[in-house]
Design a protein around this ligand. Structure first.
Ligand code: ADP
Length: 876
């Protein structure tokens, strides 16, 4: 049959062409004052963002589903679509409809994706937003990431097994990967990440030479040798593929991306995803909110740039003692000068988000108001620099030196821009008078036109002797002369009648029309000249993106250092002594979150002593709700704070730098990914036992809780022995299994601690004080007695406890079960054991022991008969 589809209008034909360019993005197609969506896109948007679904060509047999919204609501709908997990391409009218001949030209101006947001309206000012790219190559993975809203571009390559950790650290909004890597181990790891959009890219984007050429083109270099990168690294390929995607979707210049930084694993404290979650570093465990996390509680920054950097420091603590001390020195110096801090903060508060402003300028999205904000921020810089002058600590000196005042940028903007610039640059009112002579003339003409009208009106009124004659304006026929109906016939011949109203008559004259033409044209010309001037300035400033970004980076660091000093003063923190040795000594340490949230003085401080003669394993026993989790979490948090360069809530702290922290606290009540709680617990335990080094800190809460008591105790027992023998790292192990206190008898580096309780006449009070020594073993029975359980029951239970204990331990408290062989890491399983496999039959041992060479046939037959008889006996 012939084509049944109705013929599409030219606009719809263009729609189809544009849609093909980015088929997987929802197309927002500008038509006049609206953005329209068609076909499936309209149906999707109706469903996910609540647009009303209508149709185009309602009368036709095949109406096209359609939905739309007014142009000024673009940000609002973009945000909703992105949050719902979609991409959107925005197609604009790229010529003035009034001037267009035929169909208005339309082009896609950008594709908005979760990882490439730059608009303030779509971003959380306090959070970084990353686009990542993963390129697996054998057992390594190239990983690159970009924060488009600031221009930070980083790459690395890592072992495949660390991919999950790195993504947990970055939390990218979107991640690209090669479509031909679908189903690979790397792909599996990506699928496991929540809250991240995955985008497949064609395999050719990841051809190393192609990716390199994209990078060289962008950085305008003939080689990539100048970047401190391993030239063969798959990280370079990942970076090239990433940049190509950004160019393709953004369709703007990317001058603000001035560098590709290498990232080296090992310069940062490694925290895997489970650890980040259980410590609630940047969001809470249950609700996933920033409020209530450590980050929210310690955030004293005053700028969004500072808030983002603080998040970055907390998510990536350092491991280099000197680098940590550099930060601590700066914080310490600032603490001694609260007045300076206050003054600098006042200045910082007056500045805008220089990093994101710069990115918007470089990508051609900045409005006149953005340039105004930039100029007013730059104006603050000389004062800021002056305040920071003469500091002692090298970091503060370096930061002061790093502030680029960029005076020429400020004066360029100040010269061009009006004092209160508008949001749009297309409707005039952007450029100040006196900046450009041609513009001044056009404006005079437009303005002067009004004076001319007044003169013309007076002149005609006098000529015709009609004092009531007026010049008016309407949209239909522009300027006109108006006289009362009674005087209508007094008009001279050049008066052309246009309209008759009840009491008035309206005329136009050739003179009036000529003038009108000039005025309107002058206005239009002045607007487009302003647009040209503005765009030129924006482009020029865009080329300076690198300097502006650097200054933004410096400001964010100053903000964070001051924030940490304000926090330390207001919350009474001490400077940790950060050292290379394997120690952890904390006197009167407090949990940073509870300490700030609870009324002052209510939180009970506690000590920690690990390393050297204090041993390496602290076993903390005590009943539920006694404060064990809080205590061990606190130790991990203090270590992280110290390694990010912050003071810590304690009276004194000596912190030996850790390479990794493993924390499994309170995670066991989560059921994740369909695995049983216990399986999750054991998987994570396995990971710790396989990955921890002697420099790590391990924080374990109630290992083995998810299974039967004996099972649980046995596992917890053996895990502790393994950590002691095979790893030898600082470990805090909280448990309510009292039996584990006996471990200190056989492990020379383990110590018992317990939670002190006080009991009055009929109550037990948890003091939350952690003290050395094992917990009272009959504690539960004790509580039962206090609660009024009959005496007979109490005494009987005491007797049972004693018997149970004597079954497992000798009178000295040594376990009756077999001695452990020295435990080592990396021993392979001897043979494949299936779970619940029956014990080996004793006959098998005998068979293995026979020397067949010495057996005569008759002896062999006889042996077989004997075995059959034995077998019959054991089975009867
Ligand atoms: P456990 O792990 O022993 O079951 P938690 O650490 O969960 O106990 O603590 C139970 C409650 O006691 C927490 O909700 C906390 O508010 C309070 N708590 C814990 N430690 C302290 C402390 N050092 N000072 C004051 N309150 C505390």
């Amino acid at each position: 049959m012939a084509d049944a589809e109705p013929k599409l209008t030219p606009a719809m034909q263009r729609y189809q062409e544009v849609k093909k360019q980015h088929p997987d993005a929802i197309l927002l197609f500008r038509m006049g004052d609206f953005y329209e969506l068609f076909y499936e896109d309209a149906q999707t948007a109706a469903r996910v963002v609540g647009l009303t679904l209508t149709s185009r060509d309602k009368g036709s047999p095949n109406p096209i589903p359609m939905a739309g919204f007014p142009y000024h609501q673009l940000d609002n709908y973009l945000r909703k679509l992105i949050q719902a997990g979609y991409r959107a391409s925005v197609c604009e009218q790229v010529e003035d409809p009034k001037l267009a001949k035929g169909l208005v030209k339309r082009e896609v101006s950008r594709v908005v994706t979760p990882g490439t947001l730059t608009d303030d309206a779509l971003l959380d000012p306090r959070e970084s937003n990353f686009l990542a790219t993963v390129y697996p190559e054998k057992d390594r993975v190239g990983l690159a990431w970009l924060e488009l809203s600031t221009g930070r571009f980083v790459t690395t390559d890592i072992e495949l097994k660390y991919l999950g950790d790195e993504l947990a650290r970055l939390r990218p909004a979107e991640c690209l990967f090669p479509e031909n890597a679908r189903g690979s181990v790397a792909h599996q790891a990506l699928l496991g990440m929540s809250g991240m959009m995955l985008a497949q890219r064609p395999a050719w984007c990841f051809v190393p030479d192609h990716a390199r050429s994209i990078l060289m083109q962008h950085f305008e270099t003939a080689t990539l040798e100048g970047f401190d990168l391993d030239q063969q690294s798959p990280g370079i390929t990942a970076a090239g593929a990433l940049l190509e995607y950004v160019c393709e979707t953004q369709k703007t210049s990317l001058h603000h991306i001035v560098q590709l930084e290498p990232y080296r694993r090992g310069t940062n404290l490694i925290l895997d995803e489970a650890t980040r979650r259980s410590l609630e570093l940047t969001r809470t465990l249950r609700e996933g909110k920033r409020e209530g996390s450590l980050l929210a509680v310690i955030d004293e920054t005053v700028t969004p740039m500072g808030a983002r950097l603080l998040n970055d420091w907390l998510s990536n603590p350092l491991t280099d003692v000197a680098a940590i001390n550099r930060r601590l020195d700066a914080v310490g110096e600032l603490m001694r000068d609260p007045l300076l801090c206050q003054e600098v903060r006042e200045l910082l508060k007056q500045t805008y988000d220089l990093q994101r402003l710069t990115a918007r300028i470089s990508t051609g999205r900045a409005t006149p108001r953005d340039l105004g904000c930039l100029a007013s921020s730059l104006q603050i810089l000389p004062k800021l620099k002056a305040k920071l002058c003469g500091r002692q600590s090298p970091l503060l000196q370096e930061l002061e030196a790093g502030i680029e005042l960029c005076p020429e940028i400020r004066s360029q903007i100040a010269a061009l821009l009006v004092d209160e610039p508008p949001l749009s640059y297309q409707e005039g009112g952007v450029v100040r008078d006196g900046y450009n002579t041609e513009l001044d003339e056009l404006r005079d003409l437009a303005r002067g036109g009004k004076e001319w009208i007044a003169r013309y009106q007076a002149q005609e009124a006098a000529r015709l002797g009609l004092p009531n004659l007026k010049v008016g304006f309407n949209r239909v026929f522009g300027y006109y002369l108006e006289v009362t109906s009674a005087n209508a016939d007094k008009g001279p011949p050049e008066y052309i009648r246009k309209q008759t109203l009840k009491n008035q008559e309206r005329f136009i004259t050739p003179e009036l029309k000529t003038h009108e033409d000039r005025v309107l044209r002058a206005e239009q010309q002045s607007h487009s000249l302003e647009e040209d001037l503005f765009l030129k300035l924006r482009e020029q400033i865009g080329l300076q993106g690198g300097r502006l970004r650097q200054t933004g980076d410096v400001m964010s660091q100053i903000d964070v250092l001051i924030a940490l000093s304000v926090l330390a003063v207001s919350s009474n923190y001490c400077r940790p002594d950060v050292v290379a040795e394997i120690v952890l000594e904390i006197e009167e340490g407090r949990h940073p979150v509870l300490d700030r949230l609870q009324p002052s003085g209510q939180f009970v401080p506690n000590d920690v002593r690990l390393g050297g003669s204090n041993g390496l394993i602290q076993l903390i026993t005590g009943p539920n709700m006694a404060g064990k989790s809080t205590y061990i979490r606190q130790v991990a948090l203090l270590t992280i704070m110290a390694q990010m360069g912050s003071f810590v809530p304690a009276r004194r702290a000596v912190i030996g730098v850790a390479d990794r922290i493993f924390a499994r606290v309170g995670a066991s009540d989560e059921l994740s990914k369909g695995q049983s709680t216990f399986m999750v617990e054991m998987t994570e335990t396995a990971r710790i036992l396989n990955a921890a080094t002697d420099r790590s800190v391990v924080i374990l809460d109630e290992i083995g809780r998810g299974t039967s008591t004996y099972d649980g105790i046995s596992l917890a027992w053996a895990v502790t022995e393994f950590i002691h023998d095979a790893i030898g790292c600082r470990t805090m192990f909280a448990t309510h299994y009292h039996e584990l206190t006996q471990l200190t008898n056989s492990l020379k580096n383990a110590r018992n601690w317990n939670v002190a309780v006080r009991e009055d006449a009929d109550n037990v009070i948890f003091l939350h004080k952690i003290v050395e020594g094992p917990a009272d073993k009959s504690y539960g029975i004790h509580v039962a007695r206090l609660a009024g359980v009959p005496m007979d029951v109490v005494e009987r239970s005491r007797a049972i406890l004693q018997t149970l204990e004597s079954d497992h331990f000798d009178p000295e408290g040594r376990p009756k079960f077999p001695d452990r062989p020295k435990m080592v890491r990396g021993r392979k399983r001897d043979r494949q054991l299936t779970l619940f496999a029956p014990p080996e039959h004793p006959l098998i041992e005998t068979i293995k022991g026979i020397n067949l060479d010495e057996l005569t046939p008759s002896q062999a037959l006889e042996t077989l008969h004997r075995w059959r008889a034995e077998l019959a006996q054991t089975q009867s």
